[in-house]
Design a protein around this ligand. Structure first.
Ligand code: 0T9
Length: 380
């Protein structure tokens, strides 16, 4: 295979066999060094904020339909970063560092042109299986995103199918400015392809939804090279009343990694106008230097491991990773012995998310109970 270094071919073959005979939490598997990323999964929620102007625009719209279109544009605008950026920056999808419990990632996107500052707080709320809770907030625009992200993986022949566990709720001022509108966001299924060649990449499949408390629904259908459309990274989205999901007001089609356009009418009155062009620059989150970070902040925790991976000193990386994992095991033992379980720093766990249940039911779903993580009240 092309992308696997000669001396790691055997190891990669072994790794694929392990994946094939395995189901569940892939993050705990030890992978060959060429596929390791120096970035922890706790950093991934930052993809939600990489178009700060689209995030702020979620509060805008002359009416509720237009606001839903703005929210859908922000959501689609995050996909290229979420699912393609490792290919762009590192040549292929890579295995992220497996976060420790309580690991924290803090960052922001500064105010520019009046859009307001967007801040990010992410916290690893479970180690095994990995679950990350996150909150992005633009106080000026009044846009607040709260969600959590977990995964359930299975091997299917020659690819890995990753079902995303978790959802997000976006809160914005309602268009009549009298209250707030909630948008429930569900997430697509990932298919990791290109494994045999050692150059994995993500294709999206299935359907995700954005369901609003104002009575609108965006339904997003994903397809890729191997699917009916035949073209990589494509999607079709409709915006309809929640009560009539099959009666779209607007339809959008195209590539989530490229250009997508309205089919026919659009909110601005033009026909077939551009909905989103993913060629737009993404703005990386600003983060404190490692020197200024606290002991639980992601880049501080993984500083040495990441350095080892970046400089291809894999022995040093693996040694430091083992040290961290041993310390963590000891901490969990001590907590169990003392009867003082780990406390979350920024989030509160909710067993049964009523907002999820309501916004799923509003378009005919009968959802199973879903958990959630809510941001604790801020103490200034
Ligand atoms: C939430 C995102 C998620 C996290 C990653 C599956 C994956 C871990 C979860 C779902 C973000 O909003 C979006 C993007 C990429 C997802 C990762 C891709 C990936 O491969 C990993 C898994 C755990 C692996 O590392 C599998 C091992 C390896 C063979 C593939 C490189």
């Amino acid at each position: 295979g092309g992308a696997v270094p000669k001396d790691q071919r055997q190891g990669w073959g072994q790794f694929l066999k392990t994946i094939a005979s395995f189901s569940g939490d892939l993050s705990s598997l030890t992978a060959p060094s060429f596929i390791l990323s120096p970035v922890s999964l706790t950093e991934y929620p930052s993809y939600w904020g990489e178009h700060p102007e689209l995030f702020a625009a979620c509060a805008e719209g002359k009416d509720d339909v237009e606001q839903m279109v703005n929210v859908a544009r922000w959501f689609i605008g995050t996909l290229k970063g979420q699912y393609m950026s490792r290919n762009t920056s590192m040549g292929s999808e890579k295995k992220p560092l497996n976060p420790i419990l309580g690991e924290i990632f803090l960052g922001n996107w500064p105010d520019k042109d009046g859009r307001g500052e967007t801040s990010l707080i992410a916290e690893q709320v479970s180690h095994h299986p990995p679950v990350t809770a996150y909150n992005l907030l633009n106080e000026k625009a009044g846009v607040n995103l709260e969600g959590h992200s977990g995964q359930k993986s299975s091997f299917s022949g020659r690819s890995i199918t990753v079902r995303q566990v978790g959802h997000a709720v976006l809160r914005v001022p309602s268009t009549d400015k009298k209250g707030e509108t909630l948008y429930l966001i569900t997430l697509p299924t990932l298919v990791i392809e290109g494994l045999i060649w050692g150059s994995p990449y993500i294709e999206l499949s299935g359907t995700s939804h954005i369901s609003s408390s104002s009575g609108y629904l965006a339904t997003i259908n994903y397809s890729g090279k191997g699917y009916f459309s035949g073209k990589a990274h494509t999607y079709k989205a409709t915006v309809s009343p929640s009560s009539k999901p099959t009666h779209p007001l607007y339809t959008v089609e195209g590539e989530w990694s490229g250009v997508s356009k309205f089919k026919g009418s659009s909110p601005d009155g033009n026909k077939d106008s551009t909905f989103w062009d993913a060629g737009a620059d993404r703005e990386e989150v600003s983060v404190k230097s490692v020197e200024e970070q606290g002991p639980m902040e992601s880049r501080k925790v993984w500083q040495k491991t990441a350095e080892g991976i970046r400089s291809q000193n894999y022995e040093a990386a693996s040694k430091d990773k083992s040290r961290i994992e041993n310390e963590q095991r000891q901490m969990r033992k001590d907590e169990a012995a003392k009867g003082t379980p780990h406390q979350l720093e920024y989030f509160v766990h909710v067993d049964d998310d009523k907002e999820y249940a309501d916004l799923m039911a509003s378009f005919g779903g009968k959802p199973p109970q879903e958990e959630a993580y809510r941001r604790k009240a801020r103490v200034h």
